[in-house]
Write a protein of this length. Structure first.
Length: 179
């Protein structure tokens, strides 16, 4: 059982129920899924970048990533329909909570000159953040990485408003900038 799931049940749920006046524990927002995505524009020139990125994502997530392909051709980018352009992983259940715990307690503190995450959500209670390199995670060996690649992390919650989601993510330990 992930530690963050215990934190959610024991401390987040009662505080959210008190703050927002929920009458039922099932009304409290929860994490639905976490999506990790690597867009690889340079993969058109070097096919090994896709395999390298997929290896990094599998080390981070503990499951095999899906290779994403271009939906249509764009001549200006020399992109053809069906070409591999990225990799993604969707985490749910215990793996999701373990990843968020590693993100908050290990990876984010390793970011140089970190001053907090932006407090902007997408209007539907979800939070998107980008990491300039995936090597902030200790699972990724920086010596074996051929190309330093960024990573997009999307935290999808069941919150109905951004205010609920912001309070939920703060209680879950996401380090936002102070207002």
């Amino acid at each position: 059982m992930p530690r963050l799931l215990d934190v959610y049940r024991d401390s987040v749920v009662p505080k959210m129920m008190e703050r927002f006046g929920y009458t039922n524990r099932m009304q409290v927002p929860r994490l639905r899924k976490v999506v990790l995505n690597m867009g690889l524009g340079e993969a058109m020139r070097d096919k090994d970048l896709i395999e390298d990125a997929a290896g990094q994502l599998s080390m981070l997530s503990g499951q095999r990533p899906v290779i994403t392909h271009a939906r249509r051709s764009i001549a200006g980018f020399k992109l053809r329909q069906g070409m591999p352009i990225g990799a993604k992983v969707t985490l749910r259940g215990p793996r999701m909570y373990e990843f968020v715990e590693r993100l908050v307690s290990v990876a984010i503190p390793r970011i140089r000159d970190f001053r907090g995450l932006a407090r902007t959500l997408d209007g539907r209670g979800n939070y998107n953040m980008g990491l300039t390199e995936a090597t902030v995670f200790p699972e990724v060996n920086a010596d074996k990485v051929k190309h330093v690649q960024g990573l997009n992390v999307t935290l999808v919650s069941s919150a109905r408003t951004d205010e609920e989601a912001l309070a939920f993510f703060e209680l879950m330990g996401i380090p936002f900038k102070r207002t």
